[in-house]
Design a protein around this ligand. Structure first.
Ligand code: R5P
Length: 270
């Protein structure tokens, strides 16, 4: 939107300084309204998922990212108001902090190896409920926790809802690798499956992003994929790959918060 504003301003050189200022203020306001709308939609999806899928005495996998913050907020509220007893297993350092700061009971897969439900965000969800996850580098623990749950629920805003992967998410599939193998994995990936594989670099640190497990992340932007299940297996077979951000056939239901405040649902077909 801001880029659009700049284009308009460049095209209309005759604008005075106050015109520029007014236009920027208008676009800034629109941008912040849009961001509020996105946050509200995340919240609506997360609240509905927690209301529909959490019961007393449940063990719950807690995902990572910005949408899950609202799910934990709602969970803590229900624990306070309804006196629910739940234990929570985190999928990252962030999730662990969320559980602790919200006063929820922290557990782990050693003490709670089977979970009633796991709730998590996603970077993109296709019509078959295949997901791309790992925009924040948490996909390995997220997949382990999701696989330990009887029911895996996704919460997202409307921007993540796609017919096929890649429609909305252009950053590729995040793949966690052992640091010593990053170059050979990237090379093999490109040779075997085409596309472009790049080591994810940190923003406020020199060098690569390092995951909670001490791994590196390769983002693989594909050219053509027919079968995500097969592609996931092919990637996982490359020595040095720890886990991919492809979640195929794992999701029971996804909740998408819409811009108008409603929530859409997509459920696994039998
Ligand atoms: O590594 C990060 C996770 O897979 C997140 O669940 C995913 O990136 C979605 O995050 P958000 O809710 O912030 O869009």
């Amino acid at each position: 939107m801001l880029r659009q504003a700049c284009k308009i301003l460049n095209a209309k050189q005759q604008f005075s300084f106050s015109h520029y200022k007014q236009t920027f203020e208008l676009y800034s306001r629109l941008f912040s309204i849009n961001m509020n709308q996105v946050e509200e939609s995340k919240k609506a999806a997360a609240y509905k998922a927690v209301d529909n899928h959490v019961c007393d005495n449940y063990s719950i996998g807690i995902g990572s990212g910005s949408t899950i913050v609202y799910a934990v907020e709602r969970l803590a509220e229900r624990v306070r108001k309804e006196g629910l007893k739940v234990v929570c297993v985190p999928t990252s350092f962030q999730a662990r902090q969320l559980i602790i700061t919200n006063g929820l009971t922290l557990s782990d897969l050693e003490r709670t190896p089977e979970l009633d439900v796991a709730i998590d965000g996603a970077d993109e969800v296709d019509e078959n409920l295949t997901l791309i996850k790992g925009g924040g580098g948490c996909q390995t623990q997220e997949k382990i926790v999701a696989s330990a749950a009887k029911c895996f629920i996704v919460v997202a805003d409307y921007r993540k809802d796609s017919r096929s992967l890649g429609e909305q998410w252009a950053r590729g599939v995040p793949i966690e690798v052992l640091p010593l193998a990053y170059a050979s994995v990237a090379r093999k990936l490109q040779k075997m499956l085409g596309g472009k594989a790049e080591l994810r670099m940190a923003k406020n640190k020199a060098g690569p992003v390092v995951t909670d497990n001490g791994g590196f992340v390769i983002d693989w932007v594909w050219e053509k994929v027919g079968d995500w299940q097969q592609t996931n297996t092919q990637i996982k077979m490359i020595p040095g790959v720890v886990e991919t951000g492809l979640f195929v056939g794992m999701t029971y239901k996804a909740y998408f918060g819409n811009a108008d405040g409603t929530v859409s649902e997509r459920q696994k077909r039998d």
